[in-house]
Design a protein around this ligand. Structure first.
Ligand code: PEP
Ligand code: MG
Length: 751
């Protein structure tokens, strides 16, 4: 009954209209007319999103013209709102009877029974709705739905790039990718930066959407699919990657996606509607991104992300390299997620700020960023879709504020903040050489955390007493291969020399969890934080620990070596590891090698079970250091890398402080050396509470030594201890406000 015209002809007509010199409204009016005629529809309308989540009728052929810019509906209201909300096509032969049909008398749409509405989508974001309607009750066929979706995609591109509107015509920031946008995330690493966006794994930008020759585009698509398959096969065969177990399964699954005929058909169908191969890939990818946004099952999401990645690769096989290129001098990296090693790679080139959709305070990428003094904001939903490479962006790593494409006034404010921070640093520098002693004369040892050679100059700058935690795994994570014995010796020597005579506590490799080496066999785990990590790996693969110990012994010849073992869960585990150290010492002696004058081995208290074994562990270990990042992760059962839960509970709570107080008491009874080296040690208010429960050695990021020293020089330990003891008996979810009020009342400097 109805014969729609070729979608390809339609796309070409659209291109001609877009190129015309007429006003936006005239062009939109023509667009709906041409679409209606091509699809043999009596009505064609375009609704676009406006501020406050309204959908406004922007153009129509067939409905009353007077309704244009007057008819508005809420997101989710009526059939049009439903299409926008579900981000899915709705195809009805009798729309009027649909329970969600919302009658708008001004449009005069009552005689039209059949309705087809498709979302106008780009980058997983809905910009509006495109509809066609007919009087006769009919179901639109698959080809028509497909054709209308293609047109909607081209429309989305036009809207997003502002090719259709004068800037003044649209006031909805979401609709315009060159408008300023503000985001709020979690401040993960202090500092303020203004720079230009660099997208990690950038979204490929498709410039040519409408095909001149569809057969040629199909051939290009097929060729790209073939070479993609070959490259995935190569990945599977590659001995370099050494794939086994689950990691192999992941790539196998990836390969199955690449071979999937359904996927291929969807891509070809999209080209058939008149798109270029690149635009077709983007369209199928957009549908996928909408599915990702709706998927709540983490395993499914992971798979969909893999598939998303496959589209990106396919674009590259089409010769579309995306926005990769050299980094600008003031690069602000924007990523969905980033590993610590990847950040270090970028760091070599120079990055002034980092913005992540996923990531929490104690995640390792945040720790590395703090060591690099890069401001970081995490938990910023939607930023990777909104930001374009080269956009100006302002970041505040303390407040979590982000301004994308900011107006000049905002840039001025951020520059002023940068100056203020520099002044604050200058103030802090003044306390560097003052003793870390409380008002009532109690000395507190302030140590710094480190992991790279680039951290070491901070030792003198910060005035720290030494390195309380040296995370040796970072050095392993930045290379492409496992460092050899000679390299390890040279590296540890350079650290010891850089520390001058101050003590350095080297932590043995703490791998696993979110610290994955870029080489070697790594199997995916359901619960990596509770899995095969740290000392567990060391005991199962003793050669790794023995080599590291051998290197540390050689590097510390004639000095005191302090070695800290991570993630100890019970005493026998510690003793097994210590026995390995003793064997290495024995080996060195037999071979007549120069050895440390003393080797002290400590245990990290990160697993709650060890709390109940403190007297015993302190009989075997030379010292204990509380790793509060992991200890609180396990104590509250919150994944430290998951921003949804990482901050749900506060270590400054009755339970948290009671736990630390108990550890301090039992360590004191057993007469052992105790310190704390998690991130909380560097937050002045937290450090005040820790001193209140009796801790006297804290190890933190070097940037926090100054603020913590200012704090402790203004407090009275007995007063704080009494106050914190009382707080431990309360019911509060968090004691932060009470502690801050106490500090304010007593003039304790918390900055
Ligand atoms: C900790 O868990 O508190 C700790 C210091 O170790 P990491 O953060 O490296 O796991
Ligand atoms: Mg830890």
């Amino acid at each position: 009954m109805v014969a729609a015209g070729s979608p390809r002809i339609l796309l070409r007509r659209l291109r001609e209209i877009m190129a015309e010199q007429a006003s936006a409204q005239v062009r939109l009016d023509k667009l709906v007319m041409v679409i209606a005629a091509n699809m043999v529809a009596e009505v064609c309308s375009i609704y676009l999103r406006r501020a406050g989540n309204w959908l406004e009728l922007f153009a129509t052929e067939g409905l009353n013209r007077s309704a244009v810019h007057r008819t508005r509906m809420h997101w989710g209201e009526g059939l049009v709102g439903m299409v926008a909300d579900a981000a899915e096509a709705i195809n009805l032969s009798n729309a009027v009877e649909h329970p969600r049909f919302a009658y708008r008398p001004e449009t005069g749409e009552d005689p039209f029974r059949s309705f087809l509405g498709v979302p106008i989508v780009r980058g997983g974001q809905v910009y509006g709705v495109l509809t066609v309607q007919n009087q006769a009750a009919r179901q639109y066929d698959e080809e028509e739905v497909e054709a209308l979706q293609t047109v909607a995609m081209v429309l989305a591109e036009i809207v997003a790039h502002g090719a259709l509107f004068d800037i003044a015509e649209l006031d909805e920031p979401e609709l315009r990718s060159d408008r300023p946008r503000a985001f709020k995330g979690d401040g993960l690493s202090e500092g303020v930066a203004v720079g230009h966006v660099v997208l990690h794994e950038p979204r490929v930008r498709v410039d040519r959407m409408i095909a001149d020759d569809t057969a040629a585009e199909i051939a290009r698509l097929d060729a790209a699919l073939n070479s993609l398959r070959v490259s995935v096969d190569d990945m599977l065969e590659s001995s370099e990657l050494d794939l086994t177990g689950e990691s192999r399964e992941v790539i196998e699954a990836y390969r199955l996606f690449a071979l999937d005929q359904g996927w291929r058909h969807r891509l070809r169908d999209a080209v058939d509607t008149g798109l270029t191969a690149e635009a077709a890939v983007e369209r199928v990818q957009d549908e996928l991104r909408l599915r990702i946004a709706r998927a709540s099952d983490p395993i499914l999401r992971e798979r969909l992300h893999d598939l998303d990645d496959l589209h990106r690769r396919l674009q590259r096989h089409l010769g579309n390299q995306g926005d990769w290129g050299s980094l600008p001098a003031d690069a602000v990296l924007v990523a969905r997620a980033l590993g610590p090693a990847e950040l270090l790679d970028y760091g070599r080139v120079g990055v002034v700020g980092l913005i992540l959709e996923d990531a929490a305070t104690t995640s390792h990428v945040a720790i590395v960023a703090r060591a690099m003094r890069i401001p970081v904001v995490g938990g910023v939903a939607g930023v990777t879709d909104a930001a374009r490479a080269g956009d100006t962006i302002a970041v505040d790593g303390e407040t979590g504020e982000i301004h994308l494409r900011p107006p000049a006034e905002i840039v001025t404010v951020f520059r002023a903040r940068q100056t203020l921070m520099a002044q604050r640093f200058a103030e802090i520098a003044k306390v560097r050489d003052l003793p870390a002693v409380t008002r009532d004369g109690v000395p507190i040892s302030l140590m710094m955390n480190a992991g790279l050679l680039l951290d070491m100059p901070h030792l003198a700058e910060s005035g720290a007493d030494g390195v309380g935690l040296f995370r040796t795994e970072l050095q392993f994570m930045i290379g492409q291969t496992m460092p050899r014995l000679g390299d390890q010796i040279a590296f540890y020597k350079s650290i010891i020399e850089a520390a001058r005579e101050r003590p350095v506590t080297f932590r043995a490799l703490d791998l696993g969890g979110d610290k994955i080496l870029p080489y070697g066999r790594w199997e995916r785990e359901e619960n990596p934080a509770l899995g095969w990590r740290a000392i567990r790996i060391a005991l199962d693969r003793p050669a790794l620990l023995r080599y590291q110990v051998r290197a540390l012994l050689a590097a510390s010849a004639g000095r005191v070596l302090r070695l800290l073992l991570p993630m100890i869960s019970d005493v026998s585990e510690f003793n097994l590891a210590r026995a390995l150290v003793d064997r290495e010492l024995e080996r060195g002696r037999l071979m007549g090698q120069p050895l440390p004058k003393q080797t002290l081995v400590g245990a990290m208290l990160e697993v709650p079970a060890l709390m109940f074994m403190l007297p015993q562990i302190l009989r075997n270990a030379d010292f204990v250091s509380i790793g509060s990042n992991d200890l609180f992760q396990f104590m509250f059962a919150v994944d430290r890398t998951n921003p949804r839960v990482a901050r749900r509970y506060d270590p400054l709570s009755p339970a948290g402080l009671t736990m630390i107080r108990q550890i301090v008491h039992s360590a004191a009874e057993a007469g052992g050396e105790l310190s704390l080296c998690g991130e909380m040690a560097g937050r002045p208010l937290d450090a005040m509470a820790l001193i209140g429960v009796g801790l006297r050695t804290l190890s933190m990021q070097p940037g926090y030594i100054g603020p913590v020293k200012m704090m402790l020089r203004s407090l009275h330990t007995r007063e704080v201890a009494e106050f914190v003891n009382r707080l431990c008996g309360r019911n509060d979810h968090s004691l932060r406000t009470r502690l801050a009020a106490f500090a304010a009342e007593r003039g304790i400097v918390i900055k």
